[in-house]
Design a binder for this molecule. Structure first.
Ligand SMILES: Cc1cc2nc3c(=O)[nH]c(=O)nc-3n(C[C@H](O)[C@H](O)[C@H](O)COP(=O)(O)OP(=O)(O)OC[C@H]3O[C@@H](n4cnc5c(N)ncnc54)[C@H](O)[C@@H]3O)c2cc1C
Length: 399
């Protein structure tokens, strides 16, 4: 049996696992990352890619929520400039800003609401050519606001996060992986066995559970059912049409959430897909695909009536957002979830936006526990495959 000692073993190759892999390698730890399916995760590659500053919420949002995420866009911008926690200078930014417009009946309230935010430099009203193309139409009479939130291209983020660390990442199916624990839920060893290969035993100092929805099964392997997670189902809508304008915007409705959120994603065939979320997706969780598409069409007709969407093709995606259960799940999380359990660290980023916060919390935890880099990064590759890299759902659904 081949035996390997490593400072850190990470389960999961979504944003949580890949971000931590980069942060921990940079801090000098030896790290191995195991992914059971495809790199890029389940939620991560299907995210809108918005780095929220907290201002997307509706007019009834509580100010406390709005303040909470204020730091995140600045931390990401530093990474994108190559001067932050990580060097993300090769990541493609889809939009430097997210825009807000409102239903006509709420325009006056929106103006008053945003007036109070101007002083802080979070949001500004934009006119004429500064507006995204769909709001330059004469038929649109309301105000448009620009947020400092940026939108990033998820495939390029994933590529960037794994580019330097391909020799630390391996594909291991759950059937071939056995976690050995002691009676205090510490992971003493992880065994990887498969037909035709010499078994591998990994002795990690610390284990990071970064499996998103897969963390429930990993916790079970440790003999735990807590902390529980919450799955919040959403029903996203995609529409594809030649010549679709680029748009990154939220329409404010009367509720806490945007009535609709639109992000535009260039596809590999040179076209563009609009990915629709917000209340449309939250409230549509119980609708079937046909009803959800009809609802999206009605919303677009009412909110952007001058746009020509004839011939657009529509698809939907039902997907769960994973959050820690309990009070934290009910409120909008303003911090990533990080909890030490023996020598394991359970993580849920709660939002892509919170990846920098996740990285900082995990490093703080290791420091607090006195866990320092000890082992060399193995130089010889393990006899395991590198996982396939995933792609956003819209790349496959429209073919
Ligand atoms: C539709 C949608 C839109 C979103 N939009 C945004 C947004 O615009 N901005 C924002 O900030 N947040 C957004 N989010 C939230 C954000 O995407 C998630 O919080 C984040 O991507 C979760 O990352 P993760 O790494 O924890 O999980 P995932 O991306 O799901 O990755 C988990 C990975 O772990 C692997 N895994 C699981 N179990 C095991 C195991 N036992 N062994 C090995 N590997 C394992 C899985 O195969 C998977 O690859 C959105 C979420 C959804 C669903």
């Amino acid at each position: 049996m081949q035996t390997i000692k490593t400072d850190i073993l990470i389960f999961g190759g979504g944003i949580a696992g890949l971000w931590l892999l980069n942060r921990l390698r940079a801090a000098g730890y030896s790290v191995l990352l195991l992914e059971q399916e495809r790199l890029g995760g389940h939620e991560t590659l299907n995210a809108n890619g918005i780095i929220h500053g907290g201002l997307k919420f509706g007019l009834s949002a509580m100010l406390r929520d709005i303040e909470a995420l204020d730091d995140m866009p600045a931390l990401w911008r530093a990474c994108l400039a190559g001067t932050g926690d990580l060097d993300l200078s090769r990541v493609k930014v889809l939009s430097e800003h997210q825009y807000i417009w409102s239903e006509a009946s709420l325009a006056a309230r929106a103006t008053t609401f945003f007036a109070s935010r101007f002083m802080k430099g979070h949001v500004e009203a934009v006119e004429g050519e500064e507006r995204p193309q769909p709001f330059r139409n004469e038929a649109f009479g309301g105000p448009v606001y620009r947020l400092s939130d940026l939108v990033i291209d998820m495939p390029s983020l994933i590529q960037s996060l794994l580019s330097e660390h391909k020799r630390c990442i391996y594909k291991v199916s759950t059937q071939n992986c056995h976690i050995e624990t002691d009676d205090r839920h510490n992971t003493s060893a992880v065994f990887i066995t498969a037909a035709g290969m010499e078994p591998i035993r990994i002795h990690p100092t610390s284990v990071i559970l970064a499996g998103g929805q897969g963390n429930a099964a990993l916790l079970e392997d440790l003999g735990l059912s807590e902390p529980a997670m919450e799955r919040r189902e959403v029903h996203m809508v995609m529409l594809k049409r030649a010549g679709l304008p680029s748009l990154y915007a939220h329409c404010l409705g009367a509720s806490r959430n945007p009535r609709i959120t639109i992000t535009a994603h260039p596809t590999r065939d040179g076209e563009c897909v609009w990915y629709l979320g917000g209340d449309l997706a939250d409230e549509g969780a119980g609708r079937d695909e046909r009803l959800q598409i009809e609802k999206a069409q009605r919303e677009l007709k009412e909110l952007l009536p001058w746009l020509d969407l004839r011939g657009a093709r529509y698809k939907t995606l039902k997907i769960s957002r994973i959050l820690p259960a309990g009070d934290r799940g009910l409120l909008r999380p303003d911090n990533a979830f990080v909890q030490g359990i023996g020598n394991n660290i359970l993580t849920w980023p709660c939002k892509l936006t919170l990846a920098p916060n996740l990285g900082r919390q995990v490093l703080d935890h290791l420091e607090k526990e006195g866990i320092k880099p000890v082992y060399e990064q193995p130089t010889d590759a393990l006899p395991l495959l590198f996982p396939e890299i995933g792609q956003p759902i819209w790349e496959t659904l429209f073919t």
